[in-house]
Design a protein around this ligand. Structure first.
Ligand SMILES: [Zn+2]
Length: 475
């Protein structure tokens, strides 16, 4: 850990703040020196694994099973669905073929790896629904500027690929995917908007695309999960066919769901963090309570014994606890656990031992207070809830304040990094014009978590509006 020094102002200099926190909290090392590839360090991996476990167990509890597919995809598979390959080919890392062998791609996403196998596994309606997921990395040759965890050439995610008898069942799955994502984001204290992406902005090969966007401190939105209804667009070329109850051959209806673990970690880091470091809610905190013994000469034994006793009591109620009895100064320890976002700290010194009291500290509000030792469990559990509530409120408030309703082109041009709510004609050319003229505002789609009725003409071109959309600058 590096010496004490405040981080840059997150709201004013987000980029600088973000780079510094990744380095100082020992989350990412950017010195690997390959564009778009970084090293995830232990402090980040512990957070990543908590996010991953949350999503995986949620998928498993809803009937998904885990698989692992190869990282390479034969180019002939990748080219089977036309829109899909058109959408991805430019970004694909290819592995040069050996004499007599087929050229391979590093998976940019796994539809075309998995569905040839689905064709072998699915025979009748009895094999459906098929609900499988894998956790791993995917590769895309990103040409824009890269940013660790936010936009890279390698990213870590979960992809769930499901097959059903009909459209209705598949769309029910899409709703389930949205529920899974909402549940996770609520545990992480993150505010979000859920939109249906526009026709031209769908996942390549999808019939419908739904996405979760989070608001980052610089006013840009970050897409952190998507779920797609694929219809029979893949099951036709890949021949994923089943015999229905009447003995008729039919194509399965498919969905795929991709919660981005790296990006969720980026959102947790960016949205909750402050000038002292990370701020984590309990569910993504590798250490939930750190106990710092402050021994005085001659009293070390009693203080350490008390710290151990408190640790044992917290472990009994499943709190991830650490006693830091190293010989660093208490101040250095306070700084260190604040930097890595440990939600609560308990300080135990000679006075606490003799008065049977504990000194608590909360990272999110940076407040210290004292409680009777017998209140330990009640106090920790109460603040565990309070911390999440506080972080959720803060992030909801920021999102709410960032959204503005506009009616004219001028208002959009002057909207200065806000998230825009506007009437829209539905025309792709109009959206392209907006992006060009505002240097970056993208039509993100219409909100499905808070649908709105059209109240006027398209704010940009003035023609009849078909829907209300969100427009924002985006990562
Ligand atoms: Zn328009």
């Amino acid at each position: 850990m590096q010496p004490e020094r405040a981080l840059p102002d997150k709201e004013k200099q987000f980029s600088e703040w973000y780079s510094e926190i990744l380095e100082r909290a020992e989350l990412v090392d950017i010195r690997y020196n390959v564009k778009g590839f970084v090293v995830y360090r232990p402090n980040l991996m512990r957070i990543i694994n908590l996010i991953r476990n949350e999503l995986e167990s949620s998928l498993i509890s809803r009937g998904h099973q885990q698989v692992m597919f190869p990282i390479v995809i034969p180019m002939s598979y990748l080219r089977k669905e036309q829109e899909h390959v058109t959408g991805f080919e430019a970004e694909v890392f290819k592995i040069r073929a050996e004499e007599g062998e087929e050229e391979l791609a590093l998976r940019p996403t796994s539809e075309t790896a998995m569905y040839p196998m689905y064709a072998l596994w699915v025979h009748s309606y009895r094999d459906l629904p098929l609900k499988l997921f894998q956790t791993g990395t995917v590769y895309r040759k990103e040409t824009r500027a890269t940013k660790p965890l936010i936009r890279g050439r390698e990213f870590f995610w979960i992809e769930a690929h499901d097959a059903f008898e009909n459209k209705e069942q598949a769309l029910t799955q899409v709703i389930e995917d949205i529920e899974i994502t909402k549940e996770a984001l609520r545990k992480f204290g993150l505010a979000f908007i859920v939109v249906e992406r526009e026709e031209w902005d769908k996942f390549p090969g999808a019939e419908k695309t739904f996405a979760f966007d989070c608001l980052m401190p610089d006013g840009k939105v970050l897409q952190i999960a998507t779920t797609h209804y694929l219809g029979t667009k893949f099951s036709k070329p890949f021949e994923v066919i089943y015999l229905d109850r009447a003995g008729e051959k039919k194509n399965v209806h498919q969905t795929c769901f991709g919660p981005g673990i790296s990006r969720m970690a980026a959102a947790v880091i960016s949205i909750h963090g402050d000038e002292f470091g990370l701020v984590l809610p309990f569910d993504v905190a590798p250490i939930q309570v750190v106990i710092v013994p402050i021994p005085k000469e001659g009293k070390e034994k009693e203080v350490i014994a008390k710290a151990k006793e408190v640790e044992e009591r917290l472990e009994k109620i499943h709190i991830r606890t650490l006693v830091d009895a190293s010989d660093e100064r208490p101040g250095a320890k306070f700084y260190k656990y604040e930097l890595i976002g440990t939600p609560m700290r308990i300080e135990i010194g000679e006075r606490e031992v003799s008065e049977r009291k504990l000194t608590f500290f909360r990272r999110d509000i940076r407040k210290r207070w004292e409680v009777e030792e017998c209140e330990l469990e009640v106090e920790v559990l109460k603040h565990k809830e309070d911390i999440l509530k506080n972080l959720t409120n803060r992030s909801n408030e920021k999102l709410k304040n960032a959204i503005v309703r506009i009616n004219t082109k001028e208002e959009l041009k002057e909207s200065n990094n806000k998230i825009i709510l506007m009437n829209f004609c539905g025309n792709q050319q109009c959206a392209e014009r907006i992006k060009y003229d505002t240097k970056g505002y993208e039509v993100r789609g219409s909100r499905i978590d808070k649908p709105e009725d059209v109240w006027g003409p398209c704010a940009w071109c003035g023609s009849e509006a078909k829907k209300v959309v969100i427009a924002a600058r985006a990562y």
